[in-house]
Design a binder for this molecule. Sequence first.
Ligand SMILES: [Zn+2]
Length: 180
Amino acid sequence: MDRYWFEGWYRDARKCPSPHFNARPTNEVSLLVIHNISLPAGCFGLPYIEQLFLGTLDCHADASFAELQGLEVSAHFLIRRDGEIVQFVSCDERAWHAGVSSFDGRIGCNDFAVGIELEGTDTSGYTDIQYQQLQQLTRELMTIYPMIVKARIVGHCDIAPGRKTDPGPGFDWQRYLAVV
Ligand SMILES: [Zn+2]
C-alpha cells in the first residue's frame, strides 16, 4: 500500500469527486500544469470553485458567473489559501483544466497532464502554506509519475500562450522549484 496514493487519489487531500473527467487515451502522465482560480475574481475562501468543478454552481449567485453557465471544467487539485488540498479527479483519469493547449509540439495537454489550481489571482501572490503544500504534492506526484520531471512543470500560460496568463507574475517559480 502506498503511503500517499490510492488509485490516483492523494491521501492528504479532501476527496471531492467531480463528474467532469474521462479516461486518458493512454496511461501516460508526464506533465504538471499550475493554474490559479478565484470566484468571484479576487475573492477567496468561498465555496464557488468547488461548486464549479462539481457542476453545481448557481450561475446567478454572482453577476460575473453568467459566463460560466454550462461550462464543464475540473482540475485534479485545488490548493486553498489556508493550505487545504482538495482533489476532484483521480490523477489516473483526465481532468478538464488545460483547454486548447500544446506542450513540446503535442496538443491537448489534458491527455497527459495533472492540473493543480492555486486559489489566487495573477497578482495576489500566494501564501506560504500554499507553497509548502504545492511542493509536497509535487514531490509525491514526481515519485508516483516519474515522467513528471522539473522541465515538465509549467504554468497554464506556457501551454496556452495568448489565451491564459495563470499562475501569473505573482507566482514565484524559483521558490517553488527550489525544493521539489
Ligand atoms: Zn488555468
